[in-house]
Design a protein around this ligand. Structure first.
Ligand SMILES: [Zn+2]
Length: 914
């Protein structure tokens, strides 16, 4: 192990670099790492870098030892799901030791081991090793009498093998045992207070002996809070001379354990509740929806899937996902189920083996699980054993006939490689069209989809007041109220402001101002929704390109002026250290040409020209800049001083003389900032306290408001929209709306041979028998907080996609022209039949203040002909109409048709199988 230089004489920058290097190191299996609460870490980071944020700065001497109390719950246990970078940071041993030597011994040390998980062998810190309860078996037939010290708790890594766990458990009772022992798994023990477990209680239990094996704990379905009883042989004899009566019933009952035998419609097939295994409602919701698609469940419950298992597929899971899903469906649809609810532990254990992202116990996204499961089932059941290479056909131009041919060729190419029950039931095709804005070249491709993600065209709005400063000093600065989508970028906002304020958007610069400084550079990459309501946003108009847009790099020229922030500073306080607090008013921004930057005088005049609008008395007052302020220069102000990456010593004041001596005729450099130092007297003269209610230029809160007519209109529309809900058709329209590609993701036009911001359009081409619609309520699957809660109206019966699916439309047109559509692979019946769908299941996400919300589902039971609402183990009768609400997240529709659904899968079902 390296021995870092831990002497306290290290500079802040050296300490910072040392720790950063350690934190970024790759974790290795078996290593121990330490948790450091994010709140302490942030204070440390600020102390090292000199960063000042909205809570101010931190001095190293005020840090104190690592404070991990935010990571612990009331009982002193690590909180449920701490997230790296949000709640915690991870430190390797050597860095932890160094931190302790610098700041003292922390009250709470949280050490965890690195483990390797999943088939992809990902290393991660095991934050929550299993917490297991251990009892000692005593020969006492009185089942309620317990004694001895309190129960023993032991922790075990999920990577531990069962045979080793058995030793751990025995050692937890007797650290140096020598007798023979065996271990019982028990379900009760919660009400026992002693370490002793009476044999009488074990006799009444549904229990089994835990056999030594190489299985890992998750594979053996051992979970946190499980209880075990260790039985030591006494004089070579077991205490339990007879086996508990229930232990002999069937094989391992743990996989099949009922979590509840109460609750309504018990024992009806398809009405089985699914127990929550700790934030697994997302999984239960998705499973109930998929299991209620009759065509899919028939395929599994009849055993038809067994003949199609593809265990060799390298993209699959050796059939394991299909088999465990099949076993679960058989249980759900069992007509002889003795229980009303069941915990799908086996399914979860297999799932997390192949998809470690679903392991652990934090909330996930039911959509991600449906996508993973459909894909996994497809690969496990792919009828194609060896995938041929298939080239994707290209659009060569033409009319409807060529379009149908291209779609068909694309589909046939896809099916040559992908052919399964999932393709038969769930896959359709969409068409994407790109048009080059310059040469008008059209590119059309057809791609398969397994579910349809539809945007909800009711984006959340971001309302804000922008402090707008025109370059022309004759125009007053104004407050501009705006409304824009939360997902709009600041480039979008500058485009809007440019239109409203009659300015070139390229010449606008947007920044966040805090404590008289520029706090954040609001460039193209920042989304409006990232700023909160009370953040202060300034927009400066400049006489030239503001150099803020990402596209600026392509347009940069040698003659571009320097864009320099100018900060106002009072020098009344002599103590050098308090300079930061002597800033006042707000900064402004100037554009200084290279020519003007040849002399300090030229720079001063350029600054004074803008300064005159901010001071009392205007131009006359500062006609001789030298008497008004002194001009100071500071280097390394990346992002106008908002970036702290330079470290504490990075932003140093430089003298103009040094710059002049440096030899470059141009005195300014990129990332320079200017400070105008005003004497106490000058400050009082130029920036007097406001005497009246009239706007005062240096106090932005007093500026007049300019509300553009478009803003008034936006407000009116928003108010109207509140009363209306959105329909599924609106979402479809949004999906098929033509869009222009962004500057950042252009399309390479093969004809122009360059990147173009092409017009892009999606259309539905063909739709599957089972249509899964994913309403895009979350901007990303990991941002469950920022959710669109708008209600979307969707039909329970009769969703008509005849107009939306272009294949149908085009086929009809061709048929009318006398073309034999049968020869194009479309049956004449199909062309006639309307594409009408009925709802069969809905996965719902209900937001809540606590945690990340809760998933439930509603589904139609084809055996009882009724709808049920599923909330984990709780199952209640429901009506489909009640599922049409603002929680609806995934919609499962089935085609209403006279022919059987599922094509090839249907014929498979007709064949005899064991
Ligand atoms: Zn082109």
């Amino acid at each position: 192990m390296r021995t870092p230089d831990t002497s306290p004489s290290l500079s802040l920058r050296e300490k910072y670099a040392l720790v950063e290097e350690g934190r970024k190191r790759q974790m290795k299996d078996g290593e121990f790492w330490y948790l450091v609460s994010r709140s302490w870490f942030r204070r440390w980071e600020k102390a090292m870098t000199g960063e000042q944020d909205k809570e101010g700065g931190v001095d190293e001497k005020d840090l104190g030892p690592v404070d991990n109390s935010p990571l612990l719950d009331a009982s002193g246990q690590l909180v449920k799901a701490p997230v790296e970078g949000v709640d915690t940071e991870f430190f390797p041993v050597d860095i932890w030791d160094v931190i302790c030597s610098w700041y003292g011994k922390p009250e709470h040390t949280i050490r965890r081991q690195v483990v390797t998980l999943g088939v992809f062998q990902e290393t991660c810190l095991e934050l929550h090793p299993l917490r297991l309860k251990v009892f000692r078996l005593t020969d006492n037939l009185n089942s309620s009498e317990t004694s001895g010290a309190s129960e023993q708790v032991t922790y075990a890594s999920i990577t531990r093998q069962v045979k080793d766990l058995l030793q751990d458990l025995a050692r937890a009772i007797h650290p140096s045992f020598s007798e023979e022992f065996r271990v019982w798994r028990v379900t009760s023990g919660d009400d026992l207070h002693g370490i002793d477990y009476p044999s009488g209680l074990l006799l009444q239990q549904n229990t089994e002996i835990l056999e030594p094996s190489d299985e890992t704990l998750p594979d053996a379905l051992i979970e946190s809070e499980d209880s075990f009883v260790v039985e030591f042989a006494q004089g070579g004899k077991w205490i339990m001379t007879e086996l508990p009566p229930l232990a002999t019933q069937g094989g391992g009952f743990f996989g099949d354990a009922a979590v509840s035998t109460t609750g309504s419609p018990a024992n009806e097939p398809g009405a089985l509740g699914l127990g929550n295994l700790g934030n697994t409602c997302f999984m239960n919701s998705a499973l109930q929806c998929l299991s209620h698609i009759q065509e899919l469940s028939d395929y599994f419950t009849t055993g038809a899937f067994e003949g199609e298992l593809n265990r060799e597929n390298p993209l699959g899971m050796k059939g394991a996902i299909a088999e465990t899903f099949g076993a679960l469906l058989r249980r759900i649809w069992s007509t002889t189920s003795p229980v009303a609810a069941y915990s799908p532990r086996k399914f979860k254990s297999v799932l997390q083996r192949f998809a470690p992202q679903f392991s652990g116990y934090h909330q996930q996204d039911s959509q991600e699980l449906v996508a993973f499961l459909l894909d996994g089932l497809h690969e496990d059941l792919n009828r194609v054993k060896e995938r041929p290479y298939v080239e994707k056909p290209e659009w060569q131009g033409g009319g409807d006939l060529e379009l149908v041919q291209l779609a068909r060729e694309s589909w046939e190419g896809y099916v040559k490689r992908n052919n399964s029950v999932i393709v038969d039931l769930f896959q359709g095709q969409y068409k994407s069209t790109l048009v080059c804005p310059e040469c008008k070249k059209v590119s059309i491709t057809f791609d398969p989809f397994m579910y349809l993600t539809l945007p909800i065209p009711a984006q959340k709005k971001w309302r804000h007041t922008i402090f707008y400063i025109p370059w022309d000093t004759a125009k007053p600065p104004v407050k501009v109220p705006v409304e824009i989508n939360r997902t709009a970028s600041f480039r979008d906002l500058r485009n809007l402001l440019g239109r409203w304020m009659d300015a070139n958007p390229d010449n606008l610069l947007t920044v966040e101002i805090f404590a008289h400084r520029i706090y954040k550079n609001l460039d193209d990459s920042v989304l409006c929704g990232e700023l909160s309501e009370d953040d202060t946003v300034f927009c400066y108009e400049l006489p030239s390109h503001a150099q803020q847009a990402r596209s600026y790099a392509n347009q940069q020229t040698e003659n571009d002026p320097f864009i320099v922030p100018v900060f106002l500073r009072g020098t009344a306080v002599s103590d050098q250290d308090t300079q930061a607090t002597s800033l006042f008013a707000h900064p402004f921004v100037v554009a200084i040409s290279a020519g003007d930057a040849h002399t300090v005088e030229g720079i001063k005049n350029a600054v004074a020209a803008q300064l005159q609008r901010w001071v009392s008395g205007g131009q006359d007052a500062i006609s001789t800049p030298d008497s008004a302020f002194s001009l100071k220069l500071q280097a390394n102000n990346k992002d106008f001083g908002a970036s702290f990456s330079a470290g504490p010593n990075g932003k140093k004041e430089e003298s103009w003389e040094d710059r002049q001596l440096a030899g470059d005729p141009v005195l300014l450099r990129p990332n320079d900032a200017l400070y105008l130092d005003f004497s106490e007297a000058a400050k009082a003269r130029f920036f007097p306290a406001a005497a009246s209610a009239a706007p005062v230029p240096w106090d932005a809160s007093t500026w007049e408001t300019f509300a553009h007519p478009e803003y008034e209109e936006l407000l009116r529309i928003s108010a109207e929209k509140k009363d209306q809900s959105i329909t599924l058709q609106d979402c479809l329209d949004e999906f098929t709306k033509e869009e222009r590609l962004g500057e950042d993701d252009p399309w390479y036009c093969p004809r122009c041979q360059k990147h173009q911001q092409a017009a892009k359009k999606f259309d539905l081409w063909s739709v599957p028998d089972v249509l899964v619609v994913h309403l895009k309520r979350f901007s990303s699957s990991h941002a469950l907080r920022d959710k669109i809660e708008m209600r979307v109206d969707f039909p329970v019966r009769g969703l008509d996609l005849s107009g939306a699916a272009q294949q149908r439309q085009v086929a009809r047109k061709l048929q009318a022209q006398g073309v034999d559509v049968g020869a194009l692979g479309l049956s004449a019946d199909d062309v006639e039949e309307p594409l009408v769908y009925d709802l069969y299941a809905v996965s719902e996400h209900r937001s809540s203040e606590l945690e990340q919300g809760h998933y439930t589902s509603d589904a139609y039971n084809h055996i009882t002909g009724r709808w049920y609402h599923f909330a984990d183990e709780k199952v209640t009768p429901s009506q489909p109409e009640s599922a049409v609400n603002e929680d609806a997240y995934l919609l499962f529709y089935k085609l209403r048709t006279s022919r059987p659904l599922g094509g090839k899968t249907h014929s498979t079902l007709q064949e005899p199988h064991s």
